[in-house]
Structure formats: structure tokens, C-alpha cells
Design a protein around this ligand. Structure first.
Ligand code: ARG
Length: 474
């Protein structure tokens, strides 16, 4: 009696494994499901084919595959790509992942030549290549959407360069600012996000193909060639690191977490500003929903959801950091867990950017309400102090004088600008008729006339610079 099994034939029997040679019993059905990734990694199918096409072309160029074999493989892979796009590909959980599904299908379609595709590579360098190709394409979509949002923000900022609103610290009225200036603060955060994304892209765009399982391969492969065919900047350096490195995915999630953190801050402000207590802006109905019980309600669901989705993206960053922590070199099956967090972080970032890019140009400032709110809360008190300093009063004394004036105004239930000159002069003889120029909101914002200041003139100049930065991107 012989213990030998006949070679597994996955092409004809989907339950047979591409790696079945040394196994003597079938995989447990639960283990098969538990270890499979095809349900989620099939999203990388076209990238997997792209990688295989480059690999096969390189193998033919170095003489490992004949031209005829390469043509057969390339034709088969292209047919499979069409099958996938048409939604007709027979995905099988028994074939575990996207890589083995496609490889088995190739052999099924073109015969034995299909079995030569995997020469000189491993799923370990294959999966690393696929993720990088997939992420690179998402990064480019996200960059375009980020640019669309920033373009809309800068346009709105320019339109609202003169619109006065209260500026807050501790969410208490602090000093008047222009709405355009506030919007440019959002834009500054997003500008840094864009830089981070581009920096991350550099490290995503390296080719691990050829690292094979972990040690490289004995075939005369040309890694520069596959790197070039796939549009990567260069091959990765070390084969062990190549199959185990997921830093680029972590960096992307760090970018996404910070982006969502910024969007959540803007969301929070939109939610506050649309409330009847603030009533600073109108968010068009198409971005809101109603309540099933309270007929009067118009809820800012879109910004609320963006704010809420920040939690899952922050979670994905922690999931990937924890996934990689303490992993010994080189590839470990743990790494299969990288995909769902990464995919969801990219999807969520793209969706939230889209929501914001659509919403921002539609925001309507309720200028009178903003102005009225800015006039409350003694927001020009600092301007009065600065006025006194200009008249020669030391700043600390000026601070005290203004504090007394504010306290008096509170008693009178008036704003500083509503006090008479006589009333103001009780606190300092230095106060003259010209004080009312600095106590106005317009005077206050116009006086902050330097780079990064809130003066309408500066906001327009900042919009100009922002537009210039954005236009240099493509
Ligand atoms: N599905 C696997 C993953 O996502 C592909 C690589 C598997 N490699 C292995 N040696 N089991 O990471």
C-alpha cells in the first residue's frame, strides 16, 4: 500500500488546494472559512492581475517563460479581468484568497501554462504588491477630492472675507474675526493633510515584487523591470522587510485619522452653527434629514456622521499599529488582518471628503446673526486696551481699566460701544472721541492687518496664496 496521493488538481476540483501536496487530510470547513480572505481581498483583484501581468512579462523577458507562454498567460488574465468586471467570476472560499482564486482560474481557462505564473514569486510579495497598487490608486482619488474641497473652501472664504463673526476661545466670544478667516483655518488643516498624504504616497510607491516568500528567488528576475512596469518609483530594498512591511498602511491610516479629526472639528462647528441657538449658517435641506416624531426638526446629519466616523478611522490606526506590534520577521498570517481596516479607512476618508466638498460651496452665512453675535460678549475689549496703550497707558493698567469698563457695561446691560464718552472717561482720562472707531467690529478686524491676521484685506491675500498652492499640485 502506498501513502501517495495523486497531485491535487485545483483546476478541476475547487476543494483541492494549490498548496495541497504535503497535506493528508482536507482542511476543516470552519478553518477554511476562518483563514480565508477572499470575501474582502477580492477588492484587489484588478491590482492582482496588473501585478501578475508585469511579473509574467518580466519572466518572459529574462527567458523564464517563452513568448508563447507569456502571451497565453496575459490573454487569460485579461479575460479573467473582464469576467471579474462583469461580476461573473466564480469566487471560491476554498481557494482562500484573491491570489489563489485568480491563479486557479487561469489554469482552468488556459491549461497547464497557468501553473507557470507563480514561478519566482510568492503570495507574500504578491499581496504586498497588490495592497500598494490598490492604496496608491485610492490615495490619488483622495488627493483629488481633498483638492476639490479646498478649492471650494477658498472660494467661500473669499466671498466671506468681510463677513464678521465672533471668534471663540473656550467657546466663549473672544474677539471678532471674519468668517473667511475662520474658513481659511480649516483650509490650513487640510493643506497639512494633503502634504502628509503626498509624503505617505512616496513610501507606498515602492515595489516589493521579487522578494518572493522572504529571501528572494533563485530565478534571474529583474525587479527594476517589474517596478517600472507597475509605475512604482523603485524596488524595495530588503526582501525580509518587503514582505513584512506595513508601515505604509499605518502611515495612511495616521493621515486618515488626522484628516477625519480635522473634518470632525469642522463638523462640530457646522452642527453648532446650524442650531437655533447660534443660527450662523444655513445648511441646505439636501444635506439634512428630518425627525420621524418632531415635525419641526431639520438635523445636520451629514456633519454629524462625519464627526461620528472619526471614531472608526482612529480605531483602524490603532488596529494596524497593534497588528504589527512585536511581529517577528518576515511574513505572518496576522498580516491578512491589515486589509479591512485599511480599506475602510480609505473608503471613509473618501466619502467624508466627498460629503464636505459637496457641502461647503452650499453653505449660506447668516451675516446679520453672525454680526449681532459678534457685537455681544465685549469682543472689542482688547481693542480698547490696545487703544489705551497707543495713548501711552502701560498694557497692564489698560487691562485693568478695560476690565472696570466691562464690569460697568454689564451693570448697565450695554455693550462697550454703547457707553457714552462721559461714561467711558470715568475709567481713563486718556479716552477720547476717536475711541468709537476701535470699538466697532469693522475697525477691530481691519486693524489685524498682518500675515495670518483676520483683516479682510489679509484674508483676500491669504486666499490668493492658497489658490496658488492648490494650482501647483497637478
Ligand atoms: N491572504 C494572504 C494575506 O492577505 C496572502 C498571503 C498569504 N501568504 C501565506 N504565506 N499564507 O496576507
Amino acid at each position: 500500500m502506498s501513502n501517495e496521493k495523486s497531485p491535487s488538481e485545483p483546476a478541476n476540483n475547487p476543494a483541492a488546494k494549490l498548496w495541497g501536496g504535503r497535506f493528508s487530510e482536507a482542511t476543516d470547513a470552519f478553518v477554511e472559512r476562518f483563514t480565508a480572505s477572499v470575501a474582502f481581498d477580492q477588492r484587489m483583484a484588478l491590482e492582482d492581475i496588473q501585478g501578475s501581468l508585469a511579473h509574467a512579462q518580466m519572466l518572459s523577458e529574462v527567458g523564464v517563460l517563452s513568448d508563447g507562454e507569456y502571451r497565453q498567460i496575459a490573454g487569460g488574465l485579461q479575460d479573467i479581468a473582464e469576467e471579474i468586471q462583469a461580476g461573473e467570476f466564480p469566487w471560491s472560499v476554498q481557494l482562500e484568497d484573491v491570489h489563489m482564486n485568480i491563479e486557479a482560474r487561469l489554469t482552468q481557462r488556459i491549461g497547464a501554462t497557468g501553473k507557470k505564473l507563480h514561478t519566482g514569486r510568492s503570495r507574500n510579495d504578491q499581496v504586498a504588491t497588490d495592497i500598494r497598487l490598490w492604496l496608491r490608486a485610492r490615495i490619488d482619488l483622495i488627493a483629488a477630492e481633498l483638492t476639490r474641497l479646498q478649492t471650494g473652501l477658498v472660494e467661500l472664504a473669499e466671498r466671506e472675507a468681510d463677513t464678521i463673526m465672533p471668534g471663540f476661545t473656550h467657546l466663549q466670544s473672544a474677539q471678532p474675526v471674519t468668517f473667511g478667516h475662520h474658513l481659511l483655518a480649516w483650509n490650513a488643516m487640510l493643506g497639512r493633510d494633503f502634504e502628509r498624504l503626498m509624503d505617505c504616497r512616496k513610501r507606498v510607491n515602492r515595489s516589493p515584487l521579487g522578494a518572493a516568500a522572504l529571501a528572494g528567488t533563485s530565478y534571474p528576475i529583474n525587479r527594476e523591470r517589474t517596478s517600472e512596469l507597475l509605475g512604482f518609483d523603485a524596488p524595495t530594498e530588503n526582501s525580509l522587510d518587503s514582505v513584512s512591511d506595513r508601515d505604509f498602511a499605518i502611515e495612511f491610516c495616521a493621515f486618515a485619522a488626522l484628516l477625519l479629526t480635522h473634518l470632525s472639528r469642522a463638523s462640530e462647528e457646522l452642527v453648532l452653527w446650524t442650531s437655533s441657538q447660534f443660527n450662523f449658517i444655513d445648511l441646505p435641506d439636501r444635506f439634512c434629514t428630518g425627525s420621524s416624531i418632531m415635525p419641526q426638526k431639520k438635523n445636520p446629519d451629514v456633519p454629524e456622521l462625519v464627526r461620528g466616523k472619526t471614531g472608526r478611522v482612529n480605531g483602524h490606526l490603532i488596529a494596524l499599529l497593534t497588528l504589527m506590534k512585536s511581529q517577528p520577521l518576515a511574513y505572518n498570517k496576522d498580516n491578512q488582518e491589515d486589509k479591512e481596516p485599511l480599506f475602510d479607512a480609505a473608503d471613509t476618508a473618501l466619502d467624508c471628503l466627498r460629503a464636505f466638498a459637496d457641502m461647503v460651496p452650499a453653505l449660506k452665512a447668516k451675516k446679520e446673526n453672525m454680526l449681532e453675535a459678534a457685537a455681544k460678549g465685549f469682543s472689542t475689549a482688547t481693542d480698547l486696551a490696545d487703544y489705551l496703550v497707543c495713548k501711552g497707558v502701560p498694557f497692564r493698567d489698560a487691562h485693568e481699566i478695560v476690565g472696570q469698563s466691562v464690569s460697568f457695561a454689564i451693570e448697565q446691560d450695554k455693550d462697550l460701544a454703547e457707553l457714552s464718552l462721559v461714561q467711558l472717561r470715568q475709567f481713563s482720562a486718556e479716552i477720547g472721541e476717536d475711541v468709537f472707531e476701535v470699538l466697532t467690529l469693522e475697525g477691530s478686524v481691519a486693524a489685524r492687518d498682518h500675515i495670518g491676521g483676520t483683516a479682510p484685506k489679509q484674508v483676500r491675500a491669504a486666499c490668493e496664496r492658497a489658490r496658488e498652492m492648490i494650482s501647483q499640485r497637478s
